[in-house]
Design a binder for this molecule. Structure first.
Ligand code: AMP
Length: 213
């Protein structure tokens, strides 16, 4: 089902699926190591098996396309959120149960945030990094408590974790501005880690602070 900008409100649509959705941030390219594609495929399959819907950028390129097609192939639910100007460049995916075309990147990121119950970052480039770090900053400022998980394929996120440790050591990440995220090295750990994190959180609704943005 294709929705346009007019439908891109902050409300979940009536036909939105019940159950939890995971926003996956990942590269619009495949990267150099074939293990990245394997992990993306495995993650999509495991989400479908676990009944977790995918929220993502809506394209059929790179790791983004691989995750989305794996969810669909596994019988799962996909929500793609894509800015109009990227429909061609990121080759908008056919077959998603829900596609929302939005006017700009900011609307895309806001809707991805609103539709998601957790965020998982696979390897990617600057777009992936920007989206991931934005969620970290919003969590750090107490705007949400949705789990954020780095899927650390082949140590891909190690340089970022080193930078975060450096920031902590130098006193910029500090009490009151603590940062909390999960790290999985294997796909099989992702869903159990998210489920454990959800179980630790206050009930949905009370903890979602998006209306304060
Ligand atoms: P990349 O990791 O650079 O391959 O990008 C992954 C996804 O992030 C693609 O769908 C990009 O369109 C998207 N992206 C790139 N830059 C930004 C940005 N500043 N804000 C949000 N998404 C972005």
């Amino acid at each position: 089902m294709l929705q346009t900008e007019a439908a891109a409100t902050s409300q979940r649509p009536a036909e939105s699926r019940p159950g939890r959705n995971v926003c996956v941030y990942c590269g619009s390219g495949p990267g150099t190591d074939p293990v990245f594609a394997d992990m993306a495929n495995e993650l999509g399959r495991s989400m479908a098996r676990s009944g977790l819907g995918l929220v993502y950028g809506g394209g059929d390129v790179g790791l983004m396309g691989i995750v989305a097609r794996a969810v669909l192939d596994g019988g799962g639910h996909v929500t793609g959120i894509i800015p109009d100007f990227l429909r061609r460049r990121e080759n908008m995916l056919d077959g998603a149960q829900e596609t929302v075309v939005v006017p700009d990147m900011h609307t895309r990121k806001r809707l991805m945030f609103e539709r998601a119950d957790a965020f998982v970052a696979l390897p990617g480039g600057i777009g992936t990094l920007e989206e991931l770090v934005e969620q970290m900053t919003w969590a750090q400022l107490g705007r949400h408590t949705k789990p954020i998980l780095l899927l650390d394929v082949e140590g891909f996120w190690r340089p970022l974790m080193d930078l975060l440790a450096h920031m902590r050591m130098k006193g910029f990440i500090r009490p009151g501005l603590e940062l909390s995220y999960l790290v999985a090295e294997q796909v099989k750990d992702v869903v159990p880690m998210l489920e454990a994190a959800w179980a630790r959180r206050p009930p949905a609704g009370d903890a979602y602070l998006e209306e304060r943005f």
